[in-house]
Design a protein around this ligand. Sequence first.
Ligand SMILES: [Ca+2]
Ligand SMILES: [Ca+2]
Length: 397
Amino acid sequence: MKNALIAGAAVVVIAALLFIWKAASDPEGGKLVGKTLLVSAFTSNGEATGKVLLQVPFVRALEASALINIAVDTNNDGSFSEDEYFVTDFPVRPRANWRNGFYVRSEVPMTNGMNARVAINGDEYEASVETKTVEVGELLDIASVTDPENATKGWGMPVAYAQEGAVEITQEGVPDLTQRTGECAPTAAADSIISLAAKNGGGGLLPGDPRDLVENLKRHMNWTPENGVPPDDFVAGKNRWAAATGVPIKTTKVGDAHGASTVDAIRDALQNGDAVDLRIKFGDASGKAVGGHMVTVTGIHQGGGQTYLDINDPATPDSGTETVEVQNNQITNYGPWEGLTVLSWAFVQTWEGQSTDGDARQSLEEEPSANIPAPNQNTPGSKGGIEVRGLESIKTR
Ligand SMILES: [Ca+2]
Ligand SMILES: [Ca+2]
């Protein structure tokens, strides 16, 4: 009897110690979602386009992908009605101190201080809305492109993806640098190179300042202020850069100009552990290509006939990862452009050297934030950990 009492007391003491240890090691008290839902409302010439980017700050990571639902109490009546759910069952893989964003449509304006609810796998977290407007006209300075691709075919084509069962691939440790004017291609390339080098123990081969990497890439890619980097110079330029610097990364162009086979190629590359950049192109109301943009793909979610891509986008207002829905060859609701947004070529970067340091790989997996800049939480207007420079207009193709 006495032994049983001692054993019982020991269990209580151990439980209490565990609780104290857990509380001490987890200052956020197990919280998953930060307090502020960042809302960027896109405007065109000052008029709301109806497209909104909702960004959720995560304070810790989850082991696996989850489903996210986001509601905003837009009529301020203290409850969340069905039509106030703007994100429904999108895939998300929360990482510590990282934002995940989702493009939605809202005819009702969202304003500062509105209550929001973020549900992850059914667990609900309350947040407060913080808004800003982002002018699309400045974001994509397409008017100054002098050499647009004249393709009028391939817009809105039906695409059937090769798909065997559900696919969930997410890559960890990919930065989201913010670009300077016209620099989406070298900036997206830098994101991929940094992540690939870190994953393979080659981080020491890169310059310490990501800005220097972007400048080196620009030189090798024949970048111009008018047109950014043409797709073929993106490949040749990155391979020239790799040869000049001795970083064992090979870049190849995959998919096709109109995005019919690009998603399948992206999935294969992510399955191989390669780094992927994606060219997206923009069409006007008449279906004419007027310019393009480059983003880094960090994940793919497929199942039930739906496809989502995770992208780190050099043009978005606060750093983090956006999850976009892909239907056929188009991205749904892409906020920074008002017209059609269509997939084009993807660019696969493969690490061809041996992993130079197994321990480095290990430590990166355990502590990704040591090498990868995390965005500042709950600070709208901040451009993230290692911005290249402020968000300005983008001129790309
Ligand atoms: Ca309501
Ligand atoms: Ca971004």
